[in-house]
Design a protein around this ligand. Sequence first.
Ligand code: ARG
Length: 466
Amino acid sequence: MTQSKDTAANAMWGGRFASGPDAIMTAINASIGFDQRMYAQDIAGSRAHAAMLAAQGIISDSDAKAIGEGLLTVLSEIEGGKFTFSTALEDIHLNVESRLTEIVGEAGKRLHTGRSRNDQVAVDFRLWVRDQCDAAIAGLTALMKAFLAQAEAGVDWVMPGFTHLQTAQPVTWGHHMLAYVEMFARDRSRFEDARRRMNECPLGAAALAGTSFPIDRFATAQALGFDRPTANSLDSVSDRDFALEFLSASSICAMHLSRFAEELVIWSSAQFRFVRLSDKWTTGSSIMPQKKNPDAAELLRAKLGRILGATVALFTIMKGLALTYSKDMQEDKEQTFDAADTLMLGLAAMTGMVSDMTANRDVLRAAAASGFSTATDLADWLVRRLGLPFRDAHHVTGTLVAMAEKAGIDLPDLTLAQMQSVHAGITAEVFEVLGVENSVRSRLSYGGTSPVRVAEQVARWKAALG
Ligand code: ARG
């Protein structure tokens, strides 16, 4: 960027302007500092547009050829780090077009026929967000596979299941891992869904009303991998709902990541010791030599803050904007870029952590057996065997739990006589249901934690994920 470029009237629309913008105006107005990330999408869009213009007889074949080749030169200059981005040229669209015209001359000036930066930025950004949907889908697939491998290894390992972070009932490790496979599968389907909906091409909507040139929007849509062109030119240049869908799906996904991150923080603590995190995903303390901190998990717990922040920001930017394009919408990109980067990094980090973590099977088993975790099994047994109404069985069990708690022992440590003092009908058979293995084995309902059911779900997911 040179001083003269800053003070001169803009070469792209200078006809109406006697002087250039104030330096502060340039600073607030320019987006090239961030939208240069869309250079590949911008060049792809322009190449498709130029080829279509020639096919429709709107520009000559030789001009289209010069433009197509010139754009490839620009692409290699950018990728080779040889391109000088100019703030005076505002954004990626004007930077590419200006350099193209420097390289190929007159032909470059014909590229902007029948289009506007409004449809150009709409198509560039859609292509970029579409790529991010693909990246999220791939990242989630890898993460689901990591959870699935954990589930398969520990289909029948017993661990405590929690509600309110209080011991509730014994569950299986495989079941807990598959809970996350389900969540991330829904996240993945949200990205697939959003991608399908956004896959319409806004190019050719021009400034807002369409164009009088006989363009072929179906051809450019096809060339850029879209299913079809968008059907309303006003809508095409004015909505960013596709980015909002991406951000919303990203927020939900980051929320799921944060929940497992929190479990890892708890589980890896000295008090729980449910899992051991690999050295690769932890850090030490500069003062306390014993420490192995779950930093990656903590950061993943926090990342939703950024992603949801971007989501709220873009909703706030878009809210109340009258149709069609307004410069407010330029604020869409930094938010979306940061959220996408954060999500992809988060997915990769979680995949690594899950793949490398080791469950402490014995600790899980012991924890599952403590905290009266089979109290529900006892109540169910009273219903099944003695025909008690569930509410009465609940009361009898509660009395037994209180008795055990007072004695500082667990439910299976009560004697038969102690049990019979609360309900005379109880027999020695009850001890069978007080064991955690029997407890999980009995949860055979569809979607339940029994190893039989978990193995079925593992098989289903293995077939689905390959
Ligand atoms: N840099 C702009 C953006 O990101 C491109 C579109 C500008 N269009 C306009 N008419 N000023 O939104």
